[in-house]
Structure formats: C-alpha cells, structure tokens
Design a binder for this molecule. Sequence first.
Ligand SMILES: [Zn+2]
Length: 65
Amino acid sequence: MAVPKRKHSNARSGSRRAHNALTSKQLTSCPKCSTTVPTHVVCPGCGYYMGRVVMAEQQEEAAAE
Ligand SMILES: [Zn+2]
C-alpha cells in the first residue's frame, strides 16, 4: 500500500482549507408579514411567495386536524 513519505505541513493543510469557508445565507424580509426569510423560499410565517399564497398556514392545518 502506498504510504506518504513525509508529513504534510500545517501550512499545506491550511492552504487547502482556505476555500472551505461557509457563507451565510442571503436573508430578506417578507413583504407581507415582515418575517426574515431566506431568498427564493416560501415564507414559513404566512405561506406567501412571489405575492401569492402557495402554502397553507401552519395554524390552519393544525386546526383542521
Ligand atoms: Zn410572510
């Protein structure tokens, strides 16, 4: 089995991981209920997306059951 000849330096590991940083999600506020929501995502509070209802509210579903 092939075995590494030398130990990798800390700098080599660090430079490899230089591109591994995570970026935070882009957040916007819902135009209907002003909740903070990630972009391109249905608002979990009111179920609106692109100015219309696309998902029933959580409270309505719980009441129906
Ligand atoms: Zn909303």
